[in-house]
Design a protein around this ligand. Structure first.
Ligand code: ATP
Ligand code: MG
Length: 579
């Protein structure tokens, strides 16, 4: 913009008036830089003792004592601290350092409030760039207009006031990443908040990144076992898949996430739990339960709590995803949980309204779909020639009174590869996890199951669907025929079988054996309140007396007809002895 103008206006601040010769040199410098004649105006200022400050538009050349000292400081800060004795390195840096008058673009704060600042100047700023305000407060450019820039602030500070200076950094928002983050709780900018000291980062990754392209991907076909019976058997999740967990408040959504993390122990899968807009106490609770089940060693918790400013809540899932990408690009498998994206959308709506964007449906801005699609598209299974790593994403969404057709739920349902729908009624009737079998789906399906599990799960979904229907139209009937009564009993047994307490993930063989046995109607006639006892006894007997069967299922993940029949026969025998 500056370059187009014929005459440039430049301001020169210094204590002494520059000589004619000096003025000529400045003129030459500016002509070189901007290709136009400059009109130099001198302003007397004692702030720049021992130097000067030249300002052209929003470009500032700081050649004062303070400016040079700042340059030196920035050079020293870049000295690596992880290489033993750093004094020689510091000496070297100082020796090599030559001060130079480099341009800094400095803008001015026009207005500030509610975590948003509008800034003038800074013509060349890019979307998403980080700006530095007074006192080191950082902000991110979220809105570029003709004459001003809208910027969200990551922390509030009373020094950021109208008229204060803003500096460009030329960097987009990013987060430190690395193995050092495992076992830690960090905020949305990667700063540890668990009081366990600093984290040594292996790198720095941009928070917003392009999702892997089609060519870089391969189909999802490796199971990611959650250890949750109802999910692994009917709505299997594969590595690289995106499966939504959706339900009203207090229906066990977070419980599914934490159980899935706990079940990854020893399975070579790194877990990242991103808490958005949660209470700090809930995050601590999550950390403690992961620690209690030895799951924290391979997990990272990223949190932007309810008390954090909206910009941090907005950025948290992207930061978590960047950390996950670091591992994925090394060929590792990662499970990431976004708890929850409805709060994320609300934070983004608050931001957008403050930035004066026009509100759309439910007052969300028009790009709220893109907000989540660009996040979830980053979950992928990479092709083998670029390492074969994966990110499996389990976003969580909270519904109001079971309304899945609200704006945010429909958006996310359409972005993900399926959803696990949790229902309050089921939850309160004691059916936990409260998975609604009719409304849940996994669009990757059987590909994400082992052959053994696929074969064992067989007709489970259909049987349950039949049971539900029959239950509805027999609920007022007083006398039922024998056939119907048996059907109902069978269904009740299956439902009972799917109940599972928290923190008790089930192994593959446990699930496969239970399924084979139950679908062969072995439990017919066992009172519902005895089902748990029966299954526990059966599995214990299998593990004790038929360890080779259990091991084969776990190791090979296959089950031929012969083995299936064997399991049915052994179960039937156990059933006879049970009464
Ligand atoms: P919120 O909407 O508050 O985030 P949520 O849907 O995430 O709630 P959770 O916090 O996971 O729900 O669970 C709610 C309560 O139900 C918790 O006290 C949890 O311990 C309990 N709970 C969840 N799953 C089970 C389960 N399978 N068996 C027994 N209790 C469970
Ligand atoms: Mg929750």
């Amino acid at each position: 913009m500056i370059k187009d103008e014929k005459i440039l206006k430049a301001l020169l601040y210094s204590l002494e008036e520059p000589s004619k010769e000096q003025k000529e040199r400045f003129g030459k410098f500016l002509k070189n830089k901007y290709g136009a004649e400059a009109e130099l105006e001198w302003i007397k200022s004692d702030e720049y003792a021992g130097g000067f400050r030249l300002q052209v538009g929003s470009d500032v050349y700081d050649w004062s004592l303070m400016g040079r000292l700042r340059q030196l400081k920035e050079t020293l800060v870049r000295v690596p601290t992880d290489q033993g004795d750093i004094i020689p390195l510091i000496k070297e840096s100082i020796n090599e350092w030559t001060p130079e008058a480099y341009a800094e673009q400095i803008g001015e704060v026009l207005t500030v409030g509610d975590g948003i600042a509008t800034v003038s100047g800074l013509e060349e700023v890019t979307f998403g760039e980080i700006l530095i305000f007074a006192d080191g407060v950082r902000g991110m450019v979220q809105d570029i207009r003709e004459d001003e820039i809208g910027c969200v602030l990551f922390n509030e500070d009373e020094d950021v006031v109208q008229g204060s200076a803003v500096k460009r950094t030329g960097r987009t928002a990013g987060t430190p990443v690395g193995e050092g983050f495992l076992g830690r709780v960090v905020d949305a900018l990667g700063t540890p908040i668990d009081g366990l000291g600093e984290i040594e980062a292996a790198g720095y990754m941009p928070v917003e990144a392009q999702a892997p392209s089609i060519i870089d991907r391969q189909p999802v076909d490796t199971p990611l076992e959650t250890g949750i019976f109802a999910i692994d058997s009917m709505f299997p999740i594969g590595r690289g898949q995106r499966e939504l967990i959706i339900g009203d408040r207090q229906t066990g959504k977070t419980a599914i996430a934490s159980d899935a993390i706990i079940n990854q122990k020893g399975k070579n899968c790194i877990c990242i739990y991103v808490a958005i807009g949660k209470k700090n106490s809930a995050v601590v609770h999550m950390q403690q339960s992961l620690m209690k089940h030895d799951a924290m060693d391979y997990s990272i918790i990223v949190t932007a709590s309810a008390s954090d400013p909206a910009p941090l809540q907005y950025i948290a899932p992207y930061a978590g995803c960047a950390m996950a990408e670091y591992f994925m690009h090394q060929g590792k498998d990662v499970l990431i949980i976004y708890d929850d994206l409805s709060k994320h959308a609300v934070a983004y709506r608050a931001l957008s309204l403050l930035l004066d964007r026009s509100p759309g449906r439910e007052a969300y801005p028009g790009d709220v779909f893109y907000l989540h699609s660009r996040l979830l598209e980053r979950a992928a299974r990479l092709s083998d020639n670029i390492g074969g790593g994966s990110i499996t994403a389990l976003p969580i969404v909270e519904t109001q009174a079971g309304d899945v057709s609200a704006y945010i739920p429909t958006n996310i349902i359409s972005i993900t590869d399926g959803q696990i729908f949790l229902e309050s009624d089921l939850f309160f009737s004691g059916q936990r996890p409260a998975v609604n079998v009719g409304l849940s789906v996994s669009r990757v399906g059987g590909d994400a199951q082992t052959k053994a599990m696929k074969k064992a799960a067989g007709t489970l979904r259909i049987d349950l669907a039949q049971y539900r229907e029959m239950e509805v139209f027999t609920q007022f009937a007083s006398d039922l025929d024998d056939q119907t009564r048996r059907q109902l009993e069978y269904g009740q047994g299956l439902m009972r079988m799917l109940r599972q307490p928290q923190y008790q993930p089930k192994t593959q063989h446990e699930q496969v054996i239970t399924l084979v046995m139950a679908l062969a109607h072995t439990m017919q006639g066992i009172a519902t309140d005895k089902v748990d006892e029966f299954i526990a006894g059966l599995i214990e007997m299998f593990e004790r007396e038929h360890a080779e069967i259990c091991e084969r299922i776990d190791r090979e993940g296959v089950m031929d007809d012969e083995l299936k029949q064997e399991i049915i026969d052994i179960s039937a025998e156990y059933r006879n002895g049970f009464d």
